[in-house]
Design a protein around this ligand. Structure first.
Ligand SMILES: C[S@@+](CC[C@H](N)C(=O)[O-])C[C@H]1O[C@@H](n2cnc3c(N)ncnc32)[C@H](O)[C@@H]1O
Length: 222
């Protein structure tokens, strides 16, 4: 399996029409958790049975991983979980815009690919259009959870989130980084990093009711 795919390649720039929630889940009206870059899916495969009152959607740009995750999901007969192949920056924006108000309640972007070089920054998963679409779809209080083991990856995500003015870190979120994972399941990458005794950098945002006029007021302080 190739480690990275180039999201800017022509094939990954083709927009895909994603099914509406009504066509994805047994109980579409349940709150939705969207995991961007779900890879082999083990995080959501463990989350879905733990929180049956939520729906879970994983999106992933590497098709074979989505197919394998969907096979496991079908074997579990899990009506609150789906995995979709897409480039989140191309195919998710319109889909998010069409969601019923209040449906999306939690977004996770965990250990995204480390595109370090400046000339590769357009390959990073959290781009400003996607962040704006997430902010527009999340209700006030909705969660955006980011984690990575690479500061050069998480710092630009934090900078973008805070510059948008839409996201606030609650006081209980540690500074500069949140110490614990608020979710009951660690991702595949997270387990590897923790097993090596390496640090994980985490931030849990809540969507503000209104965009802040002075976004720097909510700065994480690093
Ligand atoms: C390093 S893996 C981490 C996977 C998982 N979140 C974890 O923590 O174990 C990052 C995943 O994001 C996916 N990804 C990167 N850019 C993406 C994009 N634009 N749209 C969807 N998925 C993307 C990659 O293919 C990869 O599987």
């Amino acid at each position: 399996m190739r480690q990275h795919v180039n999201p800017l390649s022509r094939v990954h720039q083709q927009p895909l029409e994603l099914p509406a929630p009504a066509d994805l889940f047994e109980r579409p009206q349940q709150p939705l958790h969207l995991d961007i870059g779900s890879a082999r899916g083990r995080f959501l495969l463990a989350m879905a049975p733990l929180q049956p009152e939520w729906n879970f959607l994983g999106v992933e740009i590497r098709r074979p991983l989505v197919e394998a995750a969907e096979r496991d999901r079908l074997a579990l007969a899990s009506g609150n979980l789906r995995f979709l192949f897409c480039n989140a920056n191309v195919s998710l924006l319109g889909w998010l815009g069409a969601l019923p108000a209040g449906r999306l309640q939690r977004v996770t972007i965990q250990f995204p690919d480390p595109w370090f070089k400046n000339r590769h920054h357009k390959r990073r998963v959290l781009q400003s259009d996607l962040l704006e679409a997430l902010a527009a779809a999340l209700p006030a209080g909705g969660e955006l959870f980011l984690q990575s083991d690479v500061t050069a990856v998480i710092e630009p995500m934090v900078a973008l989130s805070e510059a948008s003015g839409w996201f606030l870190r609650p006081p209980e979120d540690g500074r500069p980084w949140r110490a614990d994972n608020p979710l009951p399941v660690a991702t595949e990458r997270e387990r590897i990093v923790l097993a090596q005794g390496l640090p994980v950098y985490r931030v849990l945002y809540r969507r503000r009711a209104e965009a802040a006029h002075n976004p720097s007021a909510s700065h994480a302080g690093h």
